[in-house]
Design a protein. Sequence first.
Length: 154
Amino acid sequence: MDLAQGTVTFRRSKVRGAYRVTKTRRSTRKVRLLAPAWDALQKIDALNRKRKAETVDIVERDNKTVRQHKLHFVFLNTKSGLPHVSDFVVRDRFFKPHLLAAGVYYHGPGQCRNTYASQLLTTGVASIDWIAEQMGHTNANMIRQHYGTWINED
């Protein structure tokens, strides 16, 4: 995270319990944060700022090489203070109950990505090219194909 610039750079993911670099070099991307996300991450950072970096094994693109990286995790288990072991806790003990309390029908956390894209397209606050770049697509065609219904042509 670069909170001074309001950006997050995606370099790694956690797949089947293992941390790995992104699938392709293009998948490694810098995303500009919208104001609500920026504000929330600044508050979270203030809570976690003093934590030491943790050494984590990262699988490289060749799926063989493993390197150790020092990482500062952003989202921690509030009881243990450690990074979440899996998405189960976040999804089933946090995400689902909050949706239920808000009266919102459950869709998996991955749907947040679709909501993000469709809301940006519907409101017209960002260009299709910008949205494609933010979402890690090589060009805007994927956005047009997948989210064409929400594209505001005005």
